[in-house]
Design a binder for this molecule. Structure first.
Ligand code: MEV
Length: 311
């Protein structure tokens, strides 16, 4: 039997922009998906998905998840013509849109196959396999989700648009920072939202040029603020990043509502994270007490809220 795990992630800065080669910053979460792989008689593969999930999430993502698993198995050259893989997914990462659940699933599977077949793949190759899995969710994944899921920690990531090695830098912040993750309960299709942004960009090149310039400035300032744990600046930059995400139409009404609740209950900054149009919102708190306050106010409105520390 082989075992593997993949971290969940939250994108602090730069979702969508990262697809176009602009820098993004993500933090792995303490929660992860686990995979267990058993080789049995038969052929093909069978999946038991025991992950906790937002209602409807697994159903909506079913076809993409199956394709993702197939991609990982094929990339790792496992011949399932004369043996069968029994795969069980579990772990404490709640599968929801925005938390990197698809990447965590692909990473955990790659690690479990690596363990089961004693392939001795290093993190770089595991990350490549997980990236193949991510391709099932949309044709042009930036790779940030699988990278955060494989390596963990706080990372600065720039996709290499020419197909070479991506830039990945581990950032170390002097202090841990308190974050609230609010779940809208809505599962968006990354494929559709990424394609919409591409269409919008093609129709409005000048507008996007300006937005990209503004975002580049935010990302540089965010990196230096994170390296100093300057939470006030980080919060402020999160708000600015959220505005740009609104401009490219990926923040839905529900995201804006959750951002508002967080800000009016003491958050230093708040923004949608990941695909958007539902999914998750993150809010930065100055201390544990405010973090608790924000989480409670979101729960009072009927949404799930998770507290986590990043950095
Ligand atoms: C999804 O978690 C993040 C996006 O930027 C897509 C990607 O980076 O591949 C929307």
């Amino acid at each position: 039997m082989g075992l593997g795990k993949g971290f969940g992630k939250t994108i602090l800065f730069g979702e969508h922009f990262v697809v176009y080669g602009l820098p993004a910053i993500a933090s792995a979460l303490g929660s992860y998906t686990t995979a267990e792989v058993k080789v049995v008689d038969g052929k093909g593969w069978e999946v038991i998905d025991q992950r906790l999930a937002t209602p409807g999430y697994k159903e909506k993502k079913y076809d993409e998840a199956m394709q993702s698993i197939k991609n990982v198995i094929e990339y790792m050259n496992i011949d399932v013509g004369y043996q069968k893989l029994e795969i069980i997914f579990s772990g404490d990462l709640f599968a929801a849109s925005g938390v990197g659940a698809s990447a965590a699933q692909a990473t955990s599977l790659a690690r479990a196959i690596n363990d089961s077949f004693t392939l001795m793949w290093d993190d770089e190759k595991i990350n490549e396999a997980a990236y193949e899995g991510e391709k099932a969710y949309h044709g042009t994944p930036s790779g940030i989700d699988n990278t955060a899921s494989t390596y963990g920690g706080l990372i600065w990531f720039v996709k290499n648009l020419k197909g070479g090695k991506n830039i990945m830098e581990v950032l170390r912040s002097p202090k841990k920072m308190a974050l609230v993750i609010a779940n809208s309960g809505i599962t968006a299709s990354t494929t559709e939202v990424v394609a919409d942004v591409r269409r919008l960009k093609e129709a409005n090149p000048k507008k996007f040029e300006k937005i990209f310039e503004d975002y580049k400035d935010i990302s540089k300032k965010a990196k230096s603020a994170l390296l100093k744990s300057d939470v006030e600046s980080i919060g402020n930059l999160m708000n600015q990043n959220h505005k740009l995400l609104q401009e490219i139409t990926v923040s839905g009404e529900i995201n804006d509502k959750l951002v508002k609740i967080a800000l009016s209950n003491g958050a230093l900054g708040a923004k949608m994270t990941g695909t958007g149009r539902g999914g998750l919102v993150i809010a930065l708190a100055e201390n544990d007490e405010i973090q608790e306050n924000i989480a409670k106010s979101i729960e009072l409105e009927g949404y799930d809220a998770w507290k986590t520390m990043i950095g």
